[in-house]
Design a binder for this molecule. Structure first.
Ligand SMILES: C[S@@+](CC[C@H](N)C(=O)[O-])C[C@H]1O[C@@H](n2cnc3c(N)ncnc32)[C@H](O)[C@@H]1O
Length: 473
């Protein structure tokens, strides 16, 4: 019965996961069922959900070998803002510390086992929870290990936490965010044809340790110190946790983080009297449509994301500007807003990656963003002139992607040739000379949009050189 649902990626020899639209079901293999039910009973009794482990129930509607998990939007580590990555690492360490109190631990420690429920990291790989003394049965943990660990959880750290969490974290700390993102994408655990990151990735090209600080040396020293200490594992986790907690991840400012302030569009939400036509028009669509889900593309620090959220929507906010997305993450977290911010370029909305052994499952290691973040209402505000005149995308290719990301309504803001920004800063738009008034104009956007959407309505924006195009299915 459950087989009618799409099987999700999983490199798990203990069960299979199915995407049942509103929930995720997990079928547990017969030979692991008793252990899984034991773990589930402790999960329930000790309220492991409060530790940040995915909400899980039994699913007798399918059979006694099924678990039912709360479903979350999948975001991948290479899409998280820098402080999201830090918070995910802290959750991972907390889980090792807390589970230890009940005699449990985790057999994996990779960031891909975590997703975000808005701004809260959630650990979803339920079957990697196991009794501490069962780690001995995980044969792969011993492969290639030079010394036999006193506590096998250190081996989990060597094989998982260090390469997939700490190496990228230290790279981010060194302001090498691009490299860290590439690493998290191309060299993720189970990525096809890749080698796991390791310490050597923290050396520069010549093999010489970079200046910065000797943070990693301290880490290695502590790791080796605690590894041979009795009961050293939890102490090491606590050391690492306090160390990471203090890390300033950087990326707190960019030219774009003051966008709304410098445009004088940082309006109050509770008093709309100062709002311009743009804010009023977008608000009118949100009020009329009442979307459950909103995708704000090129969201910047998220004024429109917050507007949608305050009107009842769950919002995904994407941008390429590291500092803007991180700002929004910290802001939404402090205000408890239902916004999931991610670092994602428009150009990557269709990007995916194949994993190893993925033949047994319909999905890839990393699924296309459009499949994961498709929403009732999509906002592309003050974005497409950057995509076309700045980054050289065609109007056709933009609609191809937007139509896949939109369930019901799309609001696209057109910025015309006589707009101050385009007139004053033509050098900012690197592909400007490739376009003319014949190849970039409002009518072309209308015409292309009509191929995918039944209705179109034009609304006022601000300034007058801009127009809001509202497309509906
Ligand atoms: C002019 S601001 C618009 C902000 C917001 N949508 C609004 O209308 O108030 C454009 C935003 O798009 C982002 N951006 C530019 N090119 C992008 C791309 N290829 N993918 C995603 N975001 C992009 C910029 O970083 C910036 O934050």
């Amino acid at each position: 019965m459950v087989e009618k649902y799409k099987k999700l990626r999983g490199y798990d020899n203990r069960g299979q996961v199915f995407d049942a639209i509103d929930f995720v079901y997990r079928k547990v293999n017969k030979d692991y069922l008793d252990s899984a039910l034991d773990i589930f009973s402790v999960y329930n009794k000790k309220n492991f959900k409060s530790l940040g482990i995915v909400d899980t129930k039994l699913a007798p509607e399918y059979g006694k070998d099924f678990l039912k998990h709360e479903k979350h939007i999948i975001s991948y580590p290479y899409e998280w803002s820098v402080d999201m990555f830090k918070d995910a690492a802290l959750l991972q360490l907390d889980l090792f510390i807390e589970l230890d109190k009940y005699g449990f631990t985790l057999k994996d420690a990779v960031p891909a086992n975590i997703v975000f429920k808005h701004t809260k990291p959630i650990f979803v790989d339920f079957l990697s929870i196991l009794k501490k003394d069962s780690l001995i049965n995980e044969k792969w943990l011993f492969e290639g290990l030079k010394t036999k660990e006193r506590d096998l959880r250190f081996a989990v750290f060597e094989k998982m936490l260090i390469p997939f969490f700490l190496v990228p974290l230290f790279l981010i700390k060194r302001k090498k965010i691009k490299l860290a993102r590439e690493m998290l994408f191309n060299r993720a655990c189970n990525a096809l044809g890749s080698s796991a990151p390791d310490f050597k990735d923290l050396l520069d090209g010549g093999g010489i340790r970079e200046k910065m600080s000797n943070a990693f040396e301290v880490f290695i020293y502590k790791f080796n110190f605690y590894k041979y200490k009795k009961q050293g594992f939890v102490s090491f986790c606590k050391f690492l946790k306090s160390y990471i907690k203090k890390m300033d991840m950087g990326y707190s400012n960019s030219d774009y983080t003051s966008y709304y302030v410098s445009k004088k569009e940082y309006f109050d939400f509770s008093d709309s009297s100062d709002w311009k036509e743009k804010q009023k028009s977008v608000y009118s669509v949100i009020k009329f449509d009442q979307p459950d889900t909103v995708l704000d593309l090129g969201a910047n620090t998220g004024w429109f994301s917050e507007l949608a959220c305050r009107n009842g929507a769950n919002v995904i906010a994407t941008d390429i500007d590291e500092a803007s997305v991180n700002f929004l993450y910290k802001y939404a977290k402090s205000k408890k807003l239902n916004i999931l911010p991610i670092v994602l370029s428009f150009q990557d909305l269709l990007k995916s990656k194949q994993g190893i052994d993925s033949l047994d499952c319909q999905e890839k290691l990393f699924m296309e963003p459009v499949k994961r973040i498709k929403s009732d209402l999509v906002l592309a505000l003050a974005l497409v002139h950057h995509l076309v005149l700045g980054q050289g995308l065609s109007i056709e290719s933009i609609f191809k992607v937007l139509s896949q990301a939109t369930k019901k309504t799309l609001i696209l803001e057109y910025v015309g040739w006589d707009d101050e920004l385009i007139k004053k800063e033509p050098t900012f738009f690197k592909n400007l000379n490739k376009f003319t008034k014949e190849t970039y104009n409002l009518n072309l956007f209308v015409k292309e949009g009509k191929k995918y959407f039944k209705n179109i309505e034009l609304l006022e924006s601000h300034p007058e050189t801009r127009t809001l195009l509202v497309f509906r299915r």
